[in-house]
Design a protein around this ligand. Structure first.
Ligand code: ZN
Length: 130
């Protein structure tokens, strides 16, 4: 049974920490050991695992991506969000986390972030266990 986490982004570019929500899904599913597979079914969003303790790391990642891939450039895609499609491909749309003893096996400073690149929008993240 695929489960879904719903998020609502408030900005065009925004990282949303979903770590605790994912842990709740693990608990509800009763999974003690296995792989938690997280998948973002969107073309202008992504998912990543990185530092959750210092929010300036998220800002630095967002700023670096925006310097590499500016919003306005001579893109072919006419929807006006070509940069968001490219950022989605670079960041990726899935991550795996080991579940051990019912807990996500994350490092001390690690958090799971849904990455919005073309918000604000309603989004969802699919969760499956192996
Ligand atoms: Zn588009």
């Amino acid at each position: 049974m695929v489960r879904y986490i719903n998020v609502k982004s408030k900005s065009r570019i925004e990282f949303i920490d979903i770590t605790e929500t994912v842990q709740e899904v693990v608990k509800e599913a009763g999974v003690m050991k296995g792989i938690c597979y997280l998948y973002v079914p969107h073309t202008t969003a992504g998912i990543t695992i990185n530092e959750g303790a210092d929010p300036s790391v998220q800002r630095d990642i967002q700023n670096a991506l925006s310097r590499l891939i500016p919003h306005e450039m001579n893109y072919h895609h006419r929807e006006g969000n070509a940069d968001a499609h490219i950022k989605s491909t670079l960041v990726g749309t899935s991550v795996n986390v080991i579940v051990d003893e019912g807990r996500l096996l994350l490092g001390t400073w690690q958090a799971i972030f849904f990455c919005e690149f073309d918000g604000p929008r309603h989004r969802r993240i699919a969760v499956e266990f192996v």
